[in-house]
Design a protein around this ligand. Structure first.
Ligand SMILES: *[C@@H]1O[C@H](CO)[C@@H](O)[C@H](O)[C@H]1NC(C)=O
Ligand SMILES: *[C@@H]1O[C@H](CO)[C@@H](O)[C@H](O)[C@H]1NC(C)=O
Ligand SMILES: *[C@@H]1O[C@H](CO)[C@@H](O)[C@H](O)[C@H]1NC(C)=O
Ligand SMILES: *[C@@H]1O[C@H](CO)[C@@H](O)[C@H](O)[C@H]1NC(C)=O
Ligand SMILES: *[C@@H]1O[C@H](CO)[C@@H](O)[C@H](O)[C@H]1NC(C)=O
Length: 392
């Protein structure tokens, strides 16, 4: 039987009672005593965590995007929910509104600055002329910086919009989440740079990331949850475009994964330095790469199949072609054919060649929220603490 569609969501909270009991038994408690009751989440990222930013501003996905959980197009570039949705849900918080969405948005418990195709560095070209979001990380920071005084002014003024704004104290207590970098590597890979050239650009990309984390800290952020980048060389859009790139034992394009690993190594070093530079911050580095890679190396073990093949795409070994994407139409032998969903997205890893399915995101969330892939090894609901020994 395949991986079950996540119909019901279980909050992975350890009860306070259990923690306190352990704390009384173990004298030098290795557990921090308090779960973090994050009242808000502010997210910075690309399509891996975009809940509607690009859709509201520039380009909206069309059916079958959104078919799995919401049963409508939500602006997410997947069939259902994203990791960030499961994160918000685990704290009892609503799904994050995109900062760029001017319709019906509610920022009382956070805001999402992510847009699909966003980069850390200034992108080489932007939509509609090129392929990238104009809202790269420096712009997301600028938006966040404005959000603080503007929302506080609206609260102060009162009226219908006041209740839709985050309380001032939330900025300090919120969880700040990051999932960005994949498109900086993609920009190099698809910009005809050699693997060595893309690799050589990694330190500069990571420096630009670090600068923004510091700037966000300077505005009062204290709890950071930073995802590293996934195995880009396992995604159909890379595989189908680089058919002759060397493959590893599981069919992933090895050189591109090497670059992703180098990015992650540099990111991890940067996080170590950030902890020294930002003494009041709790910064958790999350190894998303390993969790995602396990879906490609041992899909059956986790109830998945055909991880290298897009569920919603067209053509070739990877069911992916950059000339017709998921939701598009193509003429095949004189007949207009819709590029729709595969039969069972709930057992698939890759949704549209670039993005993960909801089932994969749920699996990834379940793995990372335990802390098993975190440095320090704290679960998500402890991410306001610097480590287990910290006494709050
Ligand atoms: C905004 O979101 C909060 C939290 O989900 C909710 O309690 C509140 O009713 C929402 N406001 C409106 C006007 O929908
Ligand atoms: C990469 O090279 C191909 C083939 O020479 C060319 O068609 C394409 O426009 C180039 N892409 C970029 C971003 O320079
Ligand atoms: C990337 O650069 C680092 C540092 O120079 C090097 O150790 C690594 O082997 C390089 N990886 C690739 C794929 O070129
Ligand atoms: C289109 O026609 C070719 C040649 O007759 C055939 O081999 C192929 O299977 C057809 N493709 C589809 C999707 O029907
Ligand atoms: C490939 O995409 C098509 C939609 O164009 C879908 O019907 C089909 O099931 C997909 N193939 C696989 C193996 O998932």
């Amino acid at each position: 039987m395949g991986y079950p569609t996540p119909a019901k969501f279980h909050t992975p909270r350890v009860s306070l009672f259990v923690i306190l009991s352990i704390a009384t038994i173990v004298p030098n408690s290795v557990f921090a005593t308090n779960e973090c009751a994050f009242p808000a989440i502010f997210n910075f990222g690309d399509s891996n965590s975009d809940t509607g930013g690009l859709a509201a501003s520039l380009y909206a996905p069309t059916p079958p995007y959104g078919e799995t959980y919401f049963h409508r197009v939500t602006g997410r570039f997947t069939d259902g929910r994203l990791i960030i949705d499961f994160i918000a849900n685990s704290f009892g918080l609503p799904y994050l509104s995109a900062y760029l969405d001017s319709l019906g948005t509610n920022f009382s418990h956070g805001a999402n600055f992510a847009t699909a195709s966003a980069t850390i560095r200034l992108p080489p070209s932007v939509i509609p002329v090129g392929g990238y979001s104009p809202f790269y990380l420096d712009i997301m920071y600028t938006q966040f910086k404005q959000l603080i005084p503007r929302t506080q002014y609206i609260i102060h003024k009162g009226g219908v919009f006041a209740s839709l704004m985050p309380k001032e104290e939330y900025f300090h207590r919120a969880l700040y989440t990051f999932d960005i970098g994949q498109n900086d590597l993609g920009a190099g890979i698809f910009g005809n740079l050699t693997v060595q050239q893309v690799n050589a650009s990694v330190p500069d990309i990571v420096n630009a990331f670090t600068k923004n984390v510091k700037d966000i800290y300077d505005l009062g952020a204290r709890s950071f949850w930073i995802h590293n980048t996934g195995p880009i060389g396992c995604l159909s859009y890379v595989l189908a475009n680089f058919l002759s790139a060397e493959r590893d034992a599981y069919g992933c394009a090895k050189p591109y994964n090497e670059v992703a690993k180098y990015f992650n190594q540099k990111l991890r070093e940067a996080v170590v330095q950030l902890r020294k530079d930002l003494p009041l911050a709790a910064i958790t580095y999350v190894d998303i790469y390993s969790v995602k890679y396990s879906l490609f190396s041992h899909p059956e073990k986790y109830g998945f199949e055909l991880p290298l093949v897009a569920c919603c795409g067209y053509g070739g070994e990877y069911n992916y072609s950059s000339s017709v994407l998921c939701g598009g139409t193509i003429e095949v032998n004189g007949t207009e054919t819709f590029v729709g969903s595969c039969e069972r997205p709930s057992v698939r890893v890759n949704w549209d060649g670039i993005h993960y399915t909801e089932a994969a995101s749920k699996f990834i969330f379940d793995q990372i929220s335990t802390g098993a892939f975190s440095d320090p090894p704290l679960p998500l609901n402890m991410a306001c603490h610097k480590d287990y020994t910290e006494n709050y």
